[in-house]
Ligand binder design. Structure first.
Ligand code: NAD
Ligand code: UDP
Length: 339
């Protein structure tokens, strides 16, 4: 499957000076698409990953180029000495799916804290511009709807989601204060639920779960009554926004929401997936996880004003591409373990 990135206003392959770029978490879902984009543009990309939720298979196609190196390393530790000086660093290392980040919550909190600290020290030493992948989870279970960047959020500091939510909030603080006090350039996005090819079949997030279940004609697992909403962004739209933000000038400071404002209840998503797959699946209801946000939709005014960014791929089109990806890989009647 090939992906076409078009970022209006961003210089294209032939125009850019090749840079040394570090992508932490580059073997994961979003990070691997970012590596594709940067290598295609002619840069030399160093992907640092410990394969906790990522996979070498996601970047296997890049290893044949001489512009990509995969480094097995845990970002909780100081970055390896033998890497070159970086022009840019993108910090994506952190499990993103609730079952994965909750499986070892102490590690999740520490990856956020120590990963940020190690990336920032390296960025300062190298004079690198640094990007941080934050999340809509900093808004918790929001009481303001849709969520603008100015909203401080409603987060439980001691619940099962806190390792991720508070870890990401702490990382935002560290990135912001480090930039203020050490004079480095930091660009930060709050990513709202993003989906697409290269999510793991056992990722546990709703889009991949529903598609895999529908392809296998197994019941779709709706947590709670399915009235809770999310707003789903396709991966290429997200990456175009990330790219625009990283290329933006000094006028763009502070976190920027990136997500698709089209909001849908989880129950409707289930019906849509069953219909699109042509599946015989039924619905099964399971308990709603503790502190599961009831509504989520990004206010993307800031991204529109500052970057001229808005999503282009609607949910139906994005789901078609994602279903195609999973259908190519999953035998239809495979056993259900792992999902
Ligand atoms: P993912 O789980 O596919 O990718 C995370 C990557 O980080 C994996 O390759 C994993 O192996 C790696 N990693 C985890 N811990 C590490 C460690 N200690 N050292 C080195 N590598 C480590 O998830 P994703 O959806 O691609 O998310 C990537 C980033 O984007 C995460 O920081 C996540 O919080 C953020 N984000 C994603 C979404 C989304 O909807 N996809 C939403 C908000 C934020
Ligand atoms: N969800 C669901 N069934 C699943 C997986 C998730 O109903 O098999 C729900 C989940 O409870 C939440 C929404 O779908 O309300 C989005 O969950 P996901 O894990 O994808 O993302 P997050 O909760 O982090 O936004």
């Amino acid at each position: 499957m090939s992906f076409v990135y078009s970022a209006p206003g961003v210089t294209r392959d032939a125009d850019v000076r090749p840079k040394n770029i570090l992508v932490t978490g580059g073997a994961g879902f979003l990070g691997s698409h970012l590596c594709d984009l940067l290598v295609a543009r002619g840069h030399k990309v160093y992907c640092v990953d410990n394969f906790h939720t990522g996979s070498g298979a996601n970047v296997a196609g890049l290893e044949a180029t001489n512009r990509f190196r995969l480094v097995d390393h845990d970002v909780q530790l100081v970055l390896p000495e033998d890497l070159p000086r970086f022009d840019e660093i993108y910090n994506f290392a952190c499990p993103a799916s609730p079952p994965h980040y909750q499986s070892d919550p102490v590690r999740t909190a520490m990856v956020n804290a120590l990963g940020a600290w190690n990336v920032l020290r390296r960025a300062e030493a190298d004079g690198a511009r640094v990007f941080h992948a934050s999340t809509s989870e900093v808004y918790g279970d929001p009481e303001v709807h849709p969520q603008p960047e100015s909203y401080y959020g409603n987060v439980n500091p001691v619940g099962p989601r806190s390792c991720y939510d508070e870890g990401k909030r702490f990382a935002e603080t560290l990135f912001t204060d480090y930039a203020r006090t050490h004079g480095i350039v930091v660009k930060m996005v709050r990513i709202f639920n993003t989906y697409g090819p290269r999510m793991r079949p056992d990722d546990g997030r709703v889009v991949s779960n529903f598609i895999v279940q529908a392809l296998r004609n197994e019941p779709l697992t709706i947590y709670g009554d399915g009235a809770q909403t999310r707003s789903f962004c396709y991966v290429t739209d997200l990456l175009r926004g990330v790219d625009l933000l990283m290329q933006s000038g000094g006028e763009v400071e502070g976190p920027v929401n990136l997500g698709n404002p089209a909001e849908i209840p989880v129950g409707e998503l289930a019906a849509m997936v069953i219909d699109m797959v042509g599946s015989r699946s039924k619905i099964v209801r399971l308990p709603l996880p503790i502190n599961d946000p009831k509504r989520r939709r990004p206010d993307i005014s800031r991204a529109m004003d500052l970057l001229g960014w808005q999503p282009e791929v609607d949910l139906k089109r994005g789901l078609e591409k994602t279903i195609e990806y999973f259908a190519d890989r999953l035998p239809k009647d495979m056993p259900t373990e792992g999902v």
